[in-house]
Design a protein around this ligand. Sequence first.
Ligand SMILES: [Zn+2]
Length: 387
Amino acid sequence: MIVLQDLSQEIIKNTNRRRILNLIRQEKKITKAEIAKRLNLSIPTVTGNIAALEEAGFLKQSGVADSTGGRPPVVIEFLENSYYSVGVDVRLKSTEVMMVNLNYQIITREILPFGLSTSMDRVVKGIDGWIAVNTARLQIDNDRILGIGFSFHGIVDQTGLLIKFTFENQWFDFSEYKKILKWPVFLENEANLAAKAELEIGISSAEAHDIVFLSINQGVGTGIVINDYLYKGSASKAGEFGHMIIYGGGQKCQCGELGCWEAYVSVPAFEKSYFKGATAAAEIFKAYVQGEPAAVSHIQSYIRYLALGIRNILMVLDPHYVIIGGEMSLYAHTFIEELTEHLHDSVRLFNPSKHILRISDLKKDASILGAALLPIEKTFNLNHRIL
Ligand SMILES: [Zn+2]
């Protein structure tokens, strides 16, 4: 049995092996001859690497392909359930955790009833316990878990170990917590992860190269993709459109400034500004769909605030799509047409396309799927597409 340490250091670091594995993963079933041809490698090179990858459990050799005569070729088959990855979305009051296979299919998931407001220690130990329970239940060996990707609603430093939350002035050091977990750990900002997931498995994977992912939750985060590359800026802080000021001296934001976009369009801002006082978003949208005048007027005003920020984003970045994700994406179908019309009419400098806005197919799952993608990306050396 090859343990994970050997696997990452010996097996996959071999460039040819990684290329072969990637191709098999992409094609699902393929012959050695086809691999050799596509990657411009010799048959003995392909055969040697296939044997090592088979021993590591990534694939099996099975069946026979159609043959044009002579000995029928063996088919190499990718085993999507040979390894797994864990994605974690850490929120203030809860933590969502999900296990996926190598094709990003969800094996199991759960929302744990504690988050940052309890303590990071509780979150990390809770995740460790969750993995132990679920690997035992599903009879998955520990060394079949490639790693854990964490999604944080804050700025994640380039070293990947420092996090800055909007409600705190200090950088939070994750290195001590990393030691608690026995798997490789990766951290990233939630909106960046959502944009990554959209690029890899979502609606924009084939058709758009410049996108802005708008993640509207407790805060508002954006992930910027330029020419298929995630744009993180010089110190990983790019995309904080939630804190661009749309009204000087306006509403107080949790970052301490006045008039940030987030203070008008985040889910709590939307809920708190309702005429009845704090009301759950689901309830307000229910009233909106039923045509209740107060709800209609509340959402029209919300659309105007949303359009203000999106307009600024369009002016700066001119993307193919702005993708609405996060919790607000659950309701966005009720107002996307009106929002698009509003944008189309109000951006006079250039009328944006009527297809500029999209609702994320991955909905609320974009960030957590993006987190689960990190260990897989590392193993397969998939697109490290970061500007
Ligand atoms: Zn702010």
